[in-house]
Design a protein around this ligand. Structure first.
Ligand code: GDP
Ligand code: MG
Length: 326
């Protein structure tokens, strides 16, 4: 049926979404998540319209309070007249959706305040999370949302990568349970621009802060030695919050904004965006190559006498620089 939301072309949808129609935004995001031709058309149309939004990653172990914190932060942002959006990357299966419902409850106030919230399951995207999240963020950026908060569970490499792709990466830990040490092991220490010790209403918040401080001292030495401090603007601040009470959330917002300002004042913001672009191209390239590999694998014959390495080389020659003799 012409004229219904379902039938509208990407360009029309984008115009409606940019005009403030939230259903059009949601529809665009669904198309982007699905991948394929429509997703490519949307990517092409939104790409030139991006770059205004501050992209903030919120990551940490499950249960540290990321969703509660994100809800409190965006409620505050909305109250300041800003237009925040949330991408909650959810570890639950798309079939159960249990955690998505839980997040809806935790972000109820934010939803009421007009914050745009999108939950994404970790599975079921064409090309995986590494491709789906940047496309979704791009749409939100192009639709005028700012900042865009991306909540991910910082346990797997992809989730850490998604968080690291933000302009400002916030790592959330809680008192006790050696959370800070876990975060370090998961590789979150290197990507953090800001630390939050949430659940500061519980005992041990200052111990967690001390753990983080100690690990930062150690990593600063090794980081400098490895030459990785290229755009390390400054030592990450550590903010204590009680997300359920909204305590410290204002401080966190100030720290997030301050980090953004510092990035913008130097080469940091562009450097991060360049890095994000390369990471996305890499993920896209991997996707294309894996598909190409699957296509040619049908020709593999285990009885041909070739070793697996030889067979792989032979097949690779079909789609990689075939003029070069090996
Ligand atoms: N005591 C306390 N509980 C909190 C705080 N922040 C979140 N929680 C609770 O911790 C649980 C997990 O929170 P959630 O936001 O879903 O964590 P996520 O898995 O990191 O997104 C929920 O029951 C929250 O109500 C806090 O500051 N103090
Ligand atoms: Mg959550």
């Amino acid at each position: 049926m012409a004229g219904t939301g379902e039938e509208r072309k990407p360009a029309e949808l984008l115009a409606a979404a940019r005009g403030g129609q939230r259903r059009a935004v949601a529809r665009l995001l669904t198309l982007v998540e699905r991948g394929g031709g429509a997703a490519e058309a949307i990517a092409a149309a939104t790409h030139p319209l991006t770059g205004a939004a501050h992209i903030v990653g919120i990551t940490g172990a499950p249960g540290t309070g990321k969703s509660t914190l994100t809800g409190a932060l965006t409620t505050l942002l909305a109250a300041e007249g800003r237009r925040p959006a949330v991408v909650a990357v959810d570890p639950s299966s798309p079939l159960t959706g249990g955690a998505i419902l839980g997040d809806r409850v935790r972000m109820e106030a934010a939803t009421g305040a007009g914050v745009f919230i999108r939950s994404m399951a970790t599975r079921g995207h064409a090309g995986g999370l590494a491709l789906a999240v940047p496309g979704v963020v791009r749409v939100l950026d192009a639709c005028g949302f700012d900042p865009v908060l991306v909540e991910t569970v910082g346990v797997g490499q992809i989730e850490v990568d998604v968080a690291a792709a933000a302009d400002t990466a916030v790592v959330v830990v809680t008192p006790g349970w050696g959370d800070a040490i876990q975060a370090n092991k998961a590789g979150l220490l290197e990507v953090a621009d800001l630390f939050v010790v949430n659940k500061a209403d519980r005992p041990g918040a200052s111990d967690a802060r001390r753990d983080l401080d100690l690990m930062l001292d150690l990593s600063e030495v090794s980081g400098a030695a490895a030459g990785t401090g290229a755009d390390a603007e400054s030592r990450p601040a550590i903010i204590e919050t009680t997300a359920t009470e909204g305590e410290g959330v204002q401080d966190l917002l100030r720290a997030v904004d301050a980090h953004h300002r510092a990035l913008k004042a130097g080469p940091g913001l562009q450097a991060r965006r360049d890095r994000r672009f390369v990471a996305e191209v890499r993920a896209r390239l991997e996707h294309v190559l894996i598909q190409a590999a699957d296509d040619v694998l049908v020709d593999v014959d285990s009885r041909s006498g070739a070793t697996p390495v030889e067979a792989a080389r032979h097949l690779a020659d079909r789609f990689l620089d075939t003029d070069t003799p090996r």
